[in-house]
Design a protein around this ligand. Sequence first.
Ligand code: 8YV
Length: 310
Amino acid sequence: MSLPHILVLPGLPELAAEQLKAGAWVLHPPQAVGSPPAGAPIVGLVASGGTAVPNSLIDALSDLKIIAVHGVGYDRVDVAHARSRGVVVTNTPDVLSADVADLALALTLSTLRRLPAAERWLRAGDWAAGGKFPLARSATGLRYGVLGLGRIGREIARRLEPFAGELAYHSRKPVADVAWRHAPDPVALAASVDVLIVAVPGGPATKGLVDARVLEALGPDGVLINIARGEVVDEEALIAALAEGRLGGAGLDVFAREPNVPQALLDSDRCVLAPHIGSATVEARTAMAALMIANLEAALAGEAAPTPVA
Ligand code: 8YV
């Protein structure tokens, strides 16, 4: 029996690529992308969370059965279009939530306590030279707001609870089983907190959700944390607010045009920056790869995939 052919789009983490190699299929590596490999009946397509899967590619692969996203975010896959062609789209929810939430906390504390700047200062010899590093803000007792109370947003809120002075969130509808305050919209949430943490899914519905008005509401002492998608924040507005002192600081794991980070953010001492590493732990990435492979295997065997997208 001939083996199924799988097309792997560029950007798949090495660990997932390695785990894929053990499967009973023929892999078409990223180099093959551009036009689909001629003559290969591609039945499965693998893509990272942030990778675009153009509809033209879906249309060109007439044997395609599954798009298996290695990540929770499938914002760059047109799910309705895939479905209309009989293609199931799967993602890897839950297994990365704890680690992404941990990174949100790490960015929050690093930004408030200016940890990277303090380390740069120490390494530059300023401490040894008798200097005094400027005072930072206390994280304990601040008012925290979580924008988007999905799986990851909840994990973030749970972690904040022990030291938050107040905890609020915004989601389209109030969530029934939580005691945290629901804010009616992103501006109202930003106006009532010291730290705003963005945890909404990406895609057209949330593009630019954190705009100049939200940043203005957060204010000159406010801090923005983004572990979701870069496009959710109006990056130009963010840069202007930071440069003009209208926003206190930002901790960012995601950017509008990854892996390119605007020079203004690289130069800003008010920012703590990370290279999209929310799920980048051995544990999360191993589990994500296993779930992605389980989805592929099930769909190719004609069975229900474990985690199809809603
Ligand atoms: C990954 C992500 O970096 O889950 C997501 O949506 O963006 C990240 O966890 C990415 O999917 C790695 O393949």
